[in-house]
Ligand binder design. Structure first.
Ligand code: ATP
Length: 262
């Protein structure tokens, strides 16, 4: 069984012995990991290791064959898909999950839609019918845009903005859902060197300011090693290693399976 990093303290996210099969391919073979509250944990490994599949299991896109997934002690592996966000999990995608024809504010409001209980997009066009909860959601999203320096582009259509800005919009939308756990799937893809470093600062700031715990899948080793306090390595659908960035860099099995080629 997986041992949490903080002995005696229950992890916020607790994955135990999760297996998933696609036809003859065992994409995850009894994978376990724990992420403590407030941690920025990296999930790394070669292509096809099972990282995105694990994210898809945590967010209920895929059903698990065996094992368990808990958030704050509660089983979430059998939740209806529509309850995942309200359970406290938000996610960003390898390919931006942004609506290009909507404005930045509208995209971020969509992240908060489960908080106000109504049709946020409908309310955008019916301002006088806006309920108190919808007004609160707008205030909440406005404050996030200010914090993430997106206020000046709030009314810009998303497809008119540079990629680096849209990555920030995606984080803003995820935070709008008030998650306890934020899953970031290869966020550095498509960013310039300078943008990657800024992105790392942003994730740290968001963790500190909004109290979210972060699980990051990423191949950009510069970002992973500088941002994460702990790394979990998957290989061929199995746990290969776990430890601090320094431990992982020095692990001959990880170097041979992944880092030597990354
Ligand atoms: N929907 C699916 N149907 C069939 N096979 C799948 C499906 N999703 C993933 N797989 C397979 O599961 C295995 C793990 O894939 P996964 O995408 O999770 O790896 P990954 O570690 O995220 O890789 P990468 O770093 O390239 O994104 C691979 O063999 C992949 O082909």
């Amino acid at each position: 069984m997986h041992q949490s990093v903080d002995a005696g303290r229950k992890p916020l996210l607790d994955v135990q012995g999760v297996s998933v099969r696609f036809g003859g391919v065992k994409a995850l073979d009894s994978v376990s990991l724990g992420v403590s509250a407030g941690e920025i944990c990296g999930l790394i490994g070669p292509n096809g290791a099972g990282k995105t599949t694990l994210f898809n299991c945590i967010t209920r896109f895929y059903a698990i064959e065996s094992g368990s997934i808990r958030l704050s002690g509660e089983r979430i592996d059998a939740l209806p898909v529509q309850r995942v966000i309200s359970s406290g999990i938000a996610r960003t995608f390898q390919n931006l999950g942004i609506y290009p024809r909507l404005t930045v504010l509208e995209n971020v409001l969509l992240g908060a839609r489960h908080l106000h209980g109504g049709s946020m997009l409908g309310s955008l066009f019916r301002p006088r019918l806006t309920s108190t909860r919808e007004r609160e959601a707008r205030q909440w999203c406005g404050s996030i845009l200010r914090d993430l320096q997106l206020e000046s582009v709030a009314d810009h259509q998303a497809d008119a903005l540079p990629y680096g800005t849209l990555k920030r919009v995606e984080i803003a939308r995820a935070i709008a859902a008030r998650p306890s756990l934020l899953l970031l799937d290869e966020p550095a893809g498509g960013l310039t060197h300078g943008e990657v470093s800024e992105f790392g600062d942003l994730v740290r700031r968001v963790r500190d300011q909004y109290g979210v715990t972060v699980l990051l899948v990423e191949h950009h080793m510069g970002l992973v090693m500088s941002l994460c306090s702990r790394l979990v390595v998957l290989h061929l659908g199995r746990n290969l290693a776990e430890g601090t960035p320094a431990d992982i860099r020095a692990n001959p099995e990880v170097v041979s399976a992944y880092l030597g080629r990354a």
